[in-house]
Design a protein around this ligand. Structure first.
Ligand SMILES: [Zn+2]
Length: 97
């Protein structure tokens, strides 16, 4: 996988790179300065025997720095695209060295 600091698209099929995100999974609220682009947090209510426990919020967030994108296969979105592009370049006469 290759990380870019700007939006880019696959040189073979033109598909746009997807956001390079990270996941946050905790019972503490997120304190950092990354953007929350998906929030699947939920509150867990549970009881333990005769005791009712305080509800607990589980934070399940997808975070993004606002500028990083990723491509699965170097500059290409898939291995297949990299392969097609390589074969196309060869047919077009490109040779290394
Ligand atoms: Zn592609």
């Amino acid at each position: 996988m290759r990380i870019f600091d700007h939006q880019t698209s696959c040189p073979n099929c033109g598909k746009k790179a997807k956001k390079h995100t990270q996941h946050y999974w905790s019972t503490d609220p997120y304190q950092g300065n990354l953007q929350v682009i998906r929030d699947k947090s939920y509150t867990q209510r549970s009881s333990h025997g005769a005791y009712k426990l305080e509800p607990v919020t589980v934070y399940n967030l997808t975070l993004w720095d606002g500028e990083s994108y990723e491509m699965y296969c170097g500059y290409f979105c898939t291995n297949k695209c990299a392969q097609e592009f390589g074969n196309g370049a060869y047919r077009a006469g490109y040779r290394r060295g």
